[in-house]
Design a protein around this ligand. Structure first.
Ligand code: GLC
Ligand code: CA
Length: 557
């Protein structure tokens, strides 16, 4: 496999609105990120993905873009962006922005013009269809609930939006639209961005002509996951996007791509693939139902382990995947993958070890390095996220009580990941001097960066050690490129794997059980060197290793 500059790095996702507010308006901003760059540098971060800061009415928190060439005033100015690029460069940090081009905002100039003249030039930038006798063109079910078609007032037409109705889908079949997108991408890359995280990109190819598909839910609709299976030819768009933009800039790109089959992997992230890498979402999707959160189930540690190993095998065959335990669309990883009895600092370090030591590019989502947790006890009024409100409605429609509906969405809500970053134990977790746009998680008095920076056994200190280990010249080759070889796969609540490198092997093991566990590890002898341990000591005698509850070890064999 050809080595790339980014393989050995550790990446970090910033959700700007909730990271750090520099001017007291309750909204995190670019100057706020700049102020915290030293924190990120000390952590060891070398790649930064910044969720959208473009001009946006924020119906979907910046993923609805009204001007791709402008920074929204609530996040700062273009000068701030330029300064961020300079300051990150000084610190050896590469910056990725979010590329959101499946759709734009209904407040984008293109869409305004489209509404003025649906049959004109800009109407063709979108999917605008006739309603026949008031009937919608298809029965597709939107990701945030409800129909994907929105009637255009004063006409018998409607437009397509697979996400929020304020996010009209861009018509990629129109070469002019693609041209506009490539110009914009090149403009940003010329500015000095290292690349992009590419949003919702699997949606750009629709199955045409528009037609309904068999219902997969009670309301007669067909979910987008099913619909997209009928679309073919996305590779032509993705290849063109790569050739016209990323390739000439040697950009680093990471796709938000779901459900790629083994056969398609090479096209996506192989040699000259559409993207440099893509996220491994196998764990994220585990237990999730296309019907929604009501029908979803929380994965067990054994599920988690199986998913990881399946993806490791898939990634080994081709390319280099990116590993996560959470992002801005998911519950906090420690609240989702850890059993209740493991939801403490030792358990959090266990989960961190298991994901971080796998092959792939690790992404840390802001606050993950502190072990930030789901807020959990939401009221529906406190929730901002549009998808949570959609899911809440679905629960009610399915007959849940309000209490039950709230309980369900409280676990999965995207706002769990979006509560303000917990900087210290002062008011509003030190995130803002004003009123935060979204409530602070009450745990900030115990879980915050200021406290963890000073404590050698904090979750934060542990993440620093892991990141440093990934860069340690003695082990980097194995950690970055070594083959993952699962063992003890049938051992309930134990996750263990070797990393086989050139001339050096590592052994990684974790106990998700609430009791001590003894396993046989013949390869681990007395001369094995412990590189990471989330507990004080460990027991090894005659090839038998005893792990404390929630213990994790990384060992050089
Ligand atoms: C992606 C983003 C998510 C957004 C959606 C629509 O999945 O991660 O936050 O709502 O795309 O842009
Ligand atoms: Ca602000």
């Amino acid at each position: 496999m050809e080595k790339k500059w980014w393989h050995g790095k550790t990446a970090y996702q910033i959700y700007p609105k909730s990271f750090y507010d520099s001017n007291g308006d309750g909204i995190g901003d670019l100057p706020g990120i700049i102020e915290k760059l030293d924190y990120l540098q000390e952590l060891g971060i070398e790649i930064l993905w910044i969720s959208p800061v473009y001009v946006s009415p924020c119906a979907d928190q910046g993923y609805d873009i009204a001007d791709y060439y402008g920074i929204d005033p609530k996040f700062g100015t273009m000068e701030d962006m330029d300064r961020l690029l300079e300051e990150t460069k000084k610190r050896g940090i590469a910056v990725l922005m979010d590329l959101v081009v499946n759709h734009c905002s209904d407040e984008h100039e293109w869409f305004r013009k489209a509404l003025e003249d649906p049959d004109g030039e800009y109407g063709k930038y979108f999917y605008i269809e006739d309603m026949k006798d008031g009937a919608l063109p298809t029965n597709w079910s939107g990701y945030f609930g409800g129909d994907v078609w929105e009637p255009i007032p004063g006409t018998d037409k409607c437009y397509l939006h697979v996400f929020h109705k304020k996010q009209p889908d861009l018509n990629w079949e129109n070469p002019k639209v693609r041209e506009e997108i490539y110009n914009m991408v090149n403009w940003w890359l010329d500015k000095g961005l290292a690349g992009f995280r590419v949003d919702a990109i699997v949606n750009i190819k629709k199955p045409l002509p528009f037609t309904s598909y068999p219902a997969d839910r009670d309301d007669g609709r067909s979910s987008m996951d099913q619909v997209l299976k009928h679309a073919s030819g996305i590779g032509e768009f993705l290849g063109e996007l790569r050739d016209r933009t990323f390739a000439s800039h040697d950009a680093f790109t990471i796709g938000e791509v779901f459900n790629v089959s083994d056969d398609e992997m090479a096209d996506y992230i192989g040699e000259n693939g559409y993207f440099s890498s893509m996220f491994d979402f196998r764990q994220t999707l585990e237990g999730k139902s296309i019907l929604g959160w009501l029908d979803s189930r929380i994965p067990s540690p054994d599920d988690y382990k199986r998913c990881c190993f399946e993806s490791q095998a898939q990634g080994e065959a081709c390319g280099y995947l990116a590993n996560i335990i959470e992002n801005h669309d998911e519950p906090r990883g420690v609240s989702h993958y850890l059993p209740k009895h493991a939801q403490h600092e030792t358990g959090k370090k266990l989960l961190a070890t298991m994901y971080f030591m796998q092959k792939g590019l690790p992404f840390i989502y802001q606050g993950q390095e502190l072990g930030m947790e789901n807020k959990g006890d939401w009221t529906i009024e406190e929730i901002d996220d549009c998808s949570t409100h959609g899911e809440y409605q679905r629960c009610l429609e399915a007959g849940c009580s309000e209490e039950r509906a709230l309980e369900i969405v409280s676990h999965y809500s995207r706002d769990n990941a979006r509560t303000p970053f917990q900087w210290d134990d002062s008011a509003q977790a030190g995130f803002t001097n004003g009123t935060p746009w979204l409530v602070v998680n009450e745990t900030y008095k115990k879980i915050n960066a200021a406290e963890q920076v000073t404590r050698a056994d904090s979750v934060l200190s542990y993440y620093k050690k892991m990141i440093a280990l990934r860069k340690n010249p003695q082990y980097a080759e194995t950690i970055v490129y070594g083959k993952t070889e699962p063992i003890m796969t049938e051992e309930h609540d134990i996750m263990a794997y070797f990393r086989r490198g050139e001339g050096r092997d590592l052994f990684v093991i974790g106990n998700f059980d609430c009791i001590s566990r003894t396993v046989e590890v013949s390869e681990m002898t007395a001369k094995a060197k412990v590189l990471l341990n989330n507990c004080e000591d460990f027991e090894l005698s005659e090839g038998m290793l005893t792990l404390k509850p929630h213990q994790a070890l990384v060992v050089a064999l």
